[in-house]
Design a protein around this ligand. Structure first.
Ligand code: CMC
Length: 391
């Protein structure tokens, strides 16, 4: 193809240089700014991870406090933004609302935004990290017909999200420390994953000079699909469809049948051809949460049996199809009481820091060019054109 190569699905193409996230899929390694993911998930909180992704290294205590204070101060959204929700039908998917409302942030903050100015880029990053949980919880509250709950600045990031999701004017939701910790871990484990579809979408949108809120809306749209962020919702729907242990062999057979488009959701990954290191931590957290909440959920029995069969079955073993992060996150979210339709929204909230860190990194790199892939043309050439009246 002349001076370019044909690589559908970007299986062998690196689109950029990046110092944010390192993945060795063969060895099951994931590191952010050089820090292994399991250390971050177990020893840092999500806002520390946000700081690390955005700024390149772990914060000192005073840097952390200042960062937390800044994020906390941006959690409110403009009252006019709340009106956007009224335009959606109550049964609209929360991802549809989030995609639209995040894009609408452009109209509040971009008029004076100079994306070549690092300080201004940082301010939009802070705004997005702070406002995403507020917008996500508003989408949920709107869908169930309850009033919006304002953010609380005395709570942690995870506690505040749970508060905005579950408090009602008559009664404040009591946030259990185990649930807040599990929520925080879900945020951390989804914070970044280098050049996946949605991050590449954000970079590509941003490469034209588009404003950050529009770029993040593009990322939300790209994340929504079931092969990417939509997998956690699709996984839970699949477990519900399977329903009981005796149905599992039928579904495993369907997944292996090449004539059947059905796939086991929550299994397989483009990059991890070994275990997904995020799934290991998520699995532990999943068991902690279910124990703490004393939950006996038949869907969990289905999930555990599916995991056991898939890890032993020749088809899955030979293709290196291991449970991925979304296999376990869906079970945790369900146990916490989060509806399935909000799963991908939570992924989008968590990934916003990754998206905006990549956007900022790209704009900081000298000589950055607009992203413009080429194609392999398969259409006709040199056809004779006949005017309409002669056809
Ligand atoms: N169930 C059954 N077979 C599968 C599955 C699955 N979940 N995943 C892949 N395969 C088979 C596929 O049919 C193919 O077989 P063959 O070589 O005989 O044609 C082989 O495994 C390789 O699959 P692929 O589609 O070429 O692999 P990919 O790297 O392009 O796709 C994937 C990766 C994640 C899209 C895919 O594994 C999948 O669709 N998984 C289910 C959806 C899912 O859980 N996605 C979440 C990914 S983790 C969260 C995130 O980062 O977004």
């Amino acid at each position: 193809y002349g001076y370019f190569t044909y690589d559908p699905g970007f299986l062998a193409t690196a689109s950029c240089e990046s110092a944010i996230t390192y993945i060795d899929g063969g060895k099951g390694i994931l590191q952010h700014r050089g820090y292994p993911i399991d250390s971050l998930a177990k020893q840092a909180d999500y806002l520390e991870v946000c700081y690390i992704l955005l700024n390149g290294a772990a914060p000192t205590k005073s840097q952390y406090d200042e960062f937390k204070n800044t994020i906390t101060n941006h959690t409110m959204v403009h009252e006019k933004l709340a009106h956007f929700f009224q335009g959606f039908l109550p049964d609209a998917h929360p991802m549809a609302m989030v995609c639209g409302v995040v894009g609408a942030l452009s109209s509040f903050y971009h008029s004076d935004l100079d994306i070549d100015d690092k300080d201004q880029r940082t301010r939009s990053a802070h705004r997005l990290i702070a406002k995403m949980p507020t917008i996500a919880a508003m989408a949920y509250k709107y869908s169930i017909g309850q009033p919006f709950v304002y953010p609380r600045n005395d709570m942690s990031y995870a506690e505040n999200f749970l508060h905005m999701m579950f408090s009602v004017p008559a009664e404040e939701y009591k946030v259990s420390p185990t649930i807040a910790k599990a929520m925080d871990r879900i945020f951390t484990l989804h914070a970044d994953h280098e050049q996946n579809a949605s991050t590449s979408t954000v970079r590509l949108a941003g490469s034209s000079g588009a404003n950050p809120y529009a770029c993040i809306a593009a990322g939300v749209a790209s994340l929504w699909g079931p092969a990417h962020g939509g997998a956690n919702e699709a996984c839970l729907n699949m477990l519900e469809e399977i329903g009981s242990l005796e149905n599992i062999p039928k579904y495993v057979a369907k997944a292996k049948d090449k004539a059947d488009p059905f796939r086991l959701m929550g299994f397989g990954h483009r990059v991890y051809k070994n275990f997904d290191p995020r799934a290991t931590v998520m699995r532990e957290t999943c068991h902690e949460v279910l124990k703490e909440l004393n939950i006996k959920d038949p869907l969990l029995d289905v999930a555990m049996e599916l995991e056991r069969i898939a890890l032993e079955d020749e088809y899955f073993v030979s293709k290196k199809l291991y449970p991925n992060v979304d296999f376990y996150s869906g079970i945790i979210l369900k146990a916490i009481g989060i509806p399935t339709s909000m799963f991908t929204v939570i992924f989008a909230m968590s990934r916003t820091v990754g998206w905006i860190s990549h956007w900022d990194e790209m704009l900081s790199q000298p000589g950055q060019k607009i992203g413009r892939p080429r194609q392999k043309y398969t259409g006709e050439l040199d056809r004779e054109f006949t005017p309409l009246h002669d056809r």
